[in-house]
Each structure stands twice: as C-alpha cells, then as structure tokens.
Ligand binder design. Sequence first.
Ligand code: GLY
Length: 371
Amino acid sequence: MRVAVVGAGIVGLACAEELVRAGHDVRVFDPDPGAGATRAAAGMLAPAGEAWHGETELLRLGVASARLWPSYAARLHAAAGLDVDLRTAGTLLAGQDHDDLLHVRRTLAVLEAEGVAFRELDRREARAEEPTLSRVAGAALLPEDHHVNPRLVAEALLRLVGAHLVRARAEVTPSGVATADGRSFPSDAVVVATGAEARELVPAVRPVRGETIRLRAADPPTRVLRARVHGEKVYVVPRAGGEVVVGASEEEHDTVPVASLGTIVRLLHAARTLVPGLETAGVVDITARNRPGTPDNGPLLGTVDSPGPFRLVLAVGHYRGGVLLAPLSAQIVRILVENGNAMGVARPFAPGRFDAYQLVNSPAVRRVFSS
Ligand code: GLY
C-alpha cells in the first residue's frame, strides 16, 4: 500500500518504520523530524509510575507497550547500529513528606487492583535502594518502569526510515496528502501523527506544555526517581555519561512553548530537595515543548471518516506516553492501515469516543472537503 505518515516525532517515526518493515510504500512528512515533544521527553517507560484512578485502560495499554521495549530497543540497536540507552533498573516512586506519601499510595492502590508489581519501602529501605535520595517519608520500587533516551530512539528510527522522509509540512487532501510547496502524494492510507499540532484536525487534542532540564552530575541516581516533593511533582532520570533529566511541568497553554522562569525554579528546587547531590550539577540545557493532551489522557488510535478513497488513521494524543506507547502504537497503526480494525487493547482509544462532529468540522477537514 502507498502510505503517507504525517509527522515524524517518535510516534510517526515508529509507525513509518513498522510500515516500511511490513513492505509498504511509505512516505513520512515532517519539516523537522524529532523536534517536537520527542525532543523534550525524558523517555520514561512508566505505565506504573503514571497510573491513576479512572485510567485503567491506559495502564493496560502502557503495560503492553512497556513489555515490547526490550526487544524493540535491541532491534533498533541491531538494525540502526545505535544503542538507545534502555535502562532496566526500575523506578523509585517517592513521597517527600507525609502528604506526598499519601499521594504515592493512591497510585499503589491502582497498581494493586491491576496486579502491577511494586514493593513498598520505608524511609530507610528507600535510602538503601537509592543512596542519593534525601530523607523521604517513604517510597515504592516499581521494578517494571524503565527508560530510554528518546533523542537516540528518534535518531535510530530516522536512520531506518530516512530514505522515506520528505522534509516538508503536509496536509490531508481528498487524494492523500499534499506538501505546503504543492507536491501531491496520492495514498491508499494516511496516518496522522502530528502530536500537539493535530489540534487543527482533531480538536480533542490540546497542547500541554512540559519543560525538561538536562544536567550533568558527578553522582547521578542509579535509577529513575519520581516523586512529589511538598506537593510538587518531579522526576529525575539518569542517562549515559552522567546526564540527568529533570522534569516535567504540565501547563495548559496555547502558544509557542517557552520555558518559564517560575516553572524551572520550582522543578529544580524540587529535584535538589529530593537529590541533594544535584546542588553542584552543571546545567546543559532547558527544553519546552507541547505534549498532545486529550480529555481522558489517552491517545486517539483508529480510523476516522476520510475525505477521499483512502484510509485515514489517527495516531495522536499520546500526551505523557508517546515514548512508552510508540512500539505498540506502531503495531496498532499497521493493522489499522492494512485492514481498518484495531487490536483489542486499542479499542478503548478509538477516536470516535470524542465528538465525531467535532472531528469532521475542524477547520482543516472543512478545507479538505471544500477543496
Ligand atoms: N511522561 C513524562 C511526562 O510527560 O512528563
């Protein structure tokens, strides 16, 4: 099939790579691949650490995708010749004070109900597991929440699909897609994977700004630390070479994402309270990007009414889970492209759960229908 993938963030690239591997004739369109939310992502594969009440289907989707990651990372390494820094030491979920710990326990209640592994630790056990921690009230070890370096994943995927990349903005037309400079690409299927920019086509998607700060530390933590620190949510993610990523804010806003002083101060203050040794870490850079948020925090994975004789597939709205969900989303999208049906675990994430009228009445679709 001739498949156009619009958007080359981690989700679009993973979809393109899966489709190329399945033998399809793929073009992936993006003026600046990997430069959106992927660039800011810390790379946590954290279905457990991000579990919350009312999001059981999302937890199941996340657990299923997390299980694909070890073989996915190994395959990328072998095929692209790039180690994407998958680390499997698990995650420590900590509460700095008593109230923060109550919050941690609410997450643990969700995990317990779903049979997801965790081990609660008192203050002393937490420090023994992770000596860089300050005196937290308590914690839990999440042995199956791992992490990768998303910038390396995007680079590996780009190596694999680079020959199929069209460096241009593209939009959906009645025959497939067309680039802003007027080139037309008739398609049998179009996959929209444009992250927060999908909001023009899919009003259910909204931008939620997140900021990450990269540090270089002499004594980094040995595993991912996620915590509430006197009410502030923060995570500290160690990567190769002493790099440590601190994140991440979640702010509703609808303009170009720029890191704000207040947010950075709050994040760094929380990170230093949690890991006092970060006091002397060097600041490498600060990145702000829009996550693609949705009303129920789950992605939109499925087909929608097409303006032409091709399948129109959405792979948008991955919000906090783009990196985690990329390998499974790619499989789901390939099956949607090939036969229009979603895998079981993806069914709760059909785009039709949001107002279909809204979808077809978005300005971009109106333009498509009237052109
Ligand atoms: N999943 C981490 C974040 O969205 O900040």
